[in-house]
Design a protein around this ligand. Structure first.
Ligand SMILES: *[C@@H]1O[C@H](CO)[C@@H](O)[C@H](O)[C@H]1NC(C)=O
Length: 275
């Protein structure tokens, strides 16, 4: 996982990540990732699991608010699903920012383990991200908004994001839209449209359903039953359930960032240091 220090320099920017701090090792290999799905009954009651992802309005009509609030303590002190923005609105607010996401991250060689290796996202790539979110959400039963929030948090939605380098050489690097545990890196802008779609979908399978090298959102959701402890699990590999702002060596703000993205935060200052 990337460190998430949002640096909103202007309103043309998303509150984006500054890559650097690594997640700790997550758990064991996931076999046959694309068949992995949410099974925890707690997850379906908290909203982490969703059997109706085809409904892009989520029945809430909630258009969200672009502010950054502070949350503390355990998962029940973070916004409940009744306060989550609807997927359609979350998508509308973030998709224009995706078009500048790779240049915002700075296109370069990836030698520092940060930035992007190509321009993006094109309109076609943004549409393919939508397709992939809806496909992977429907097969994994992970709430589509939580997948989108994780994409924005991890890569700003830049398909060409560099893999972040794990400082522990025994651990895999974290590539792709969700900075997965050793999954795929994007095939690149010059590949065919169908190859690009396949690659984007695979990046989402890797982050959502896990890889041969480690957990995705599904495994963290099934272990903890809610998106907030799952977010800490995905970022840090371990969870202090009484204090989700304890980054366990990874990114302290990560769970607050995800919570705010679930309620409409896009461009407002990331003010976690004042929490
Ligand atoms: C999102 O954008 C689409 C296409 O412009 C529009 O039809 C829809 O009403 C928008 N949804 C929200 C919640 O703003």
């Amino acid at each position: 996982m990337l460190s998430k220090i949002a640096v909103p320099l202007a309103f043309a920017y998303f509150a984006i990540a500054a890559p650097g701090v690594q997640k700790e090792a997550r758990a064991a290999a996931v076999s046959n990732p694309s068949s992995q799905k949410v099974t925890s009954s707690a997850a379906f009651s908290s909203g982490a699991g969703n059997t109706a992802n085809s409904n892009i309005n989520d029945g809430t009509g909630n258009r969200g608010t672009d502010t950054y609030n502070c949350y503390y303590g355990g998962w029940q002190s973070f916004p409940p699903k009744s306060e989550w923005i609807e997927f359609d609105a979350m998508w509308n607010y973030t998709k224009s920012a995706m078009s500048t996401s790779c240049s915002d991250l700075v296109v370069g060689s990836c030698s520092s383990g940060a930035g992007a290796f190509g321009a993006g996202d094109s309109g076609e790539q943004i549409g393919q991200i939508w397709n992939a979110i809806q496909q992977v959400a429907e097969s994994s039963l992970v709430d589509h908004r939580y997948i989108l929030a994780t994409i924005i948090q991890e890569s700003s939605g830049c398909v060409n994001v560099c893999a972040s380098t794990n400082p522990d050489p025994s651990q895999p690097d974290n590539p792709g839209l969700m900075q997965s545990d050793g999954g795929v890196t994007f095939v690149g802008n010059s590949a065919s449209q169908s190859s690009q779609q396949t690659s984007i979908t695979q990046m989402l399978i890797d982050g959502t359903q896990g890889t041969a090298l480690g957990d995705g959102l599904v495994q963290c959701i099934n272990q903890y039953g809610n998106i907030y402890e799952a977010a800490r699990c995905y970022n840090s590999g371990s969870v202090d359930s009484g204090n989700l702002n304890d980054g366990e060596g990874a990114t302290d703000s990560y769970v607050n960032d995800i919570a705010n993205r679930m309620t409409g935060w896009v461009y407002a200052d990331q003010s976690f240091d004042q929490c």
